[in-house]
Design a binder for this molecule. Sequence first.
Ligand code: SAM
Length: 280
Amino acid sequence: MNVSDFELIAQLLKERSGLSLSKEKAYLLESRLNPVARKWNFAGFDELAQAIRAGRDEALLVEVTEAMTTNESFFFRDQKPFEQFSGMVLPHLLEHRKDKRAIRIWSAACSSGQEPYTLAMLLKENEAKLQGWKIEIVATDLSNQILDKARAGLYSQFEVQRGLPITLLVKYFKQNGERWQIDDAIRKMVTYQKFNLLDDMRPLGRFDVVFCRNVLIYFDPPTKSKILSNVAELMPADGFLYLGGAETVLGTSDRFQVLSGQRGIYTLTGGNQAAARAAG
Ligand SMILES: C[S@@+](CC[C@H](N)C(=O)[O-])C[C@H]1O[C@@H](n2cnc3c(N)ncnc32)[C@H](O)[C@@H]1O
């Protein structure tokens, strides 16, 4: 691949998904885009690059962007965030939202659905406490392809073996050939929607809890910082933000601070840390 093709595609990805691709990752472009070139019957990468440069086919540009997303996800990813959710975040919200009896949760880069379905299973496990409550889980992603998989709720043996406790597999999944189908009751608890984190978030409404895990790592610091500011605008003073295990707001955003003693969970700076901590 020549430098100008690399720069062209890196620019396209930056604009369309926020992905910041360094030159050392050029090999990823070829390995992920060669299948797209084949599918579109281009003779090779050069012809694909020409078509991208011409910029006439929106469907191709969308497919190129989606092909470059990393969709790795699994149930109960890193475990601890979900223990914190059941043990601390949910009790806090049950106490502090008892007047309106409504909780909104956003899985902001939900990939193939394991994250929002993990939350849905945990909420289902707590259903006795949630009688009469309106709980919404809004799950969004940039990629249509991955959203189709999430909506289907159909997982391979490998996918259900990664992180999902066997008791929950037995309780909430049915075997369907070689795959596992998640229960309809769990599926219906999640509303999927295509959404680009670079876009105006305000139409999504406000959220008590935001999971924005393992996606900001692909963006450059100004993009991360902008997204975190926009997320902050959607949250109440005692809302909770989750980032991935290897992520931090340090040096990126002063809108959030880590919830003391709790890795991976953040509250708004100057927000109600005391109230949030009291739940811990
Ligand atoms: C590695 S997965 C993370 C999935 C899940 N949050 C987790 O932690 O397991 C990253 C997801 O971010 C999505 N993504 C990448 N750029 C995005 C953007 N600009 N807006 C929304 N989603 C995006 C990708 O399509 C991919 O599904």
